[in-house]
Design a protein around this ligand. Structure first.
Ligand SMILES: Nc1nc2c(c(=O)[nH]1)N[C@@H](CN(C=O)c1ccc(C(=O)N[C@@H](CCC(=O)O)C(=O)O)cc1)CN2
Length: 293
């Protein structure tokens, strides 16, 4: 028996590179060659070429040991990015994304996300919860998370949104999650946080946009109800869809029963969307998304 006393080397740091660019030959070769020459090891790589838009999308999870750093990677990859006119990002994969949750009067999605984050099922750090009501102040406080009551009326909406933006900046928030937050966000706010606000709409879009979708669905006599997690844009409930979930319903259900059945469906769709965004698995493809789940 040989005495093997290999000193435990420090684990390699984990990174994620995401990119989109006009499709052409050589992209994967250029990226993999760069990573090899930089001393990185590819752990997982996914790519998609969209023939409709002529765009190419890629997500690479790779590891690297010191002295490689995210700053050095960003500086040295720029030449590759420029040569293919890439829209690209490199991030540490082992850092939790700071997110802000927003809620109004229905707290099931908020409750679900708080618990999933607490048990480590979501790679996120909840920097705070914002609500235009005070119903969930005690629940949020039980998780030792800051609660921000920001009431909203038609006249105070600009000031309320200014407070929200200040909070996003102060708390270094990367993602805002509308967990049944029932206020229409201004065009300006949607533009400033483009691609960084996810909403859960309680219908299988594009059916039943706007208010009371379960009542619309009941009136239509649907046999499936659903929920849609999407990025928020100025066009209400028209943003790029990230994830959808459905549930079968019978002919005798009431609107209130649809609301109850829909709670779990909404939680599932929203939690998946938040997890994928936090893991940088979603790339915007015009009005659609590419999800490397
Ligand atoms: N600019 C956007 N804002 C919001 C979006 C969006 O896609 N773009 N999604 C909504 C969520 N939503 C449906 O999922 C929704 C929320 C609110 C309303 C609405 O009519 N709200 C009234 C006030 C209602 C109240 O006070 O209870 C309003 O804002 O005047 C419709 C749909 C979130 N925001």
């Amino acid at each position: 028996m040989t005495n093997q006393s290999a000193s435990a080397a420090a684990p390699a740091d984990q990174y994620v590179l995401t990119l989109s660019c006009p499709d052409k030959q050589g992209i994967v070769h250029a990226v993999s060659s760069y990573l090899f020459m930089t001393g990185c090891n590819i752990e997982d790589s996914q790519q998609f070429g969209d023939h409709d838009t002529g765009l190419f999308f890629m997500r690479v999870h790779f590891s690297a040991e010191a002295p490689v750093t995210v700053e050095k990677l960003r500086a040295s990859f720029a030449a590759v990015g420029d040569s293919f006119h890439m829209d690209w990002q490199i991030h540490r994969a082992d850092e939790k994304m700071r997110i802000l949750l927003m809620v109004s009067k229905f707290g099931h999605c908020l409750n679900d996300l708080l618990f999933r984050a607490r048990i480590g099922a979501l790679p996120v750090e909840i920097a705070g919860v914002v609500s235009n009501h005070t119903d969930f102040e005690e629940l949020v406080g039980s998780y030792n998370i800051p609660f921000h009551h920001i009431p909203v009326t038609k006249d105070t909406k600009p000031e309320a949104e200014a407070q929200l933006l200040e909070l996003v900046r102060e708390e270094r928030v990367e993602l805002v999650v509308l967990a049944r937050y029932m206020q229409v966000l201004s065009d300006d706010l949607c533009k400033q946080l483009s691609g960084r606000i996810i909403n859960i709409h309680h219908s299988f879009l594009p059916s039943f946009k706007g208010a009371k979708p379960y009542h619309q669905a009941h009136a239509r006599g649907v046999k499936l109800i659903g929920a849609t997690a999407h990025y928020v844009t100025a066009d209400l409930d028209e943003g790029p869809i990230i994830e959808q979930e459905v549930e079968r319903v019978g002919h005798g259900v009431t609107p209130d029963q649809l609301v109850a059945i829909g709670r779990d469906v909404e939680c599932q769709a929203l939690a998946r969307a938040v997890k994928w965004h936090a893991e940088r698995r979603i790339l915007l493809n015009g009005r659609r998304t590419v999800v490397f789940a």
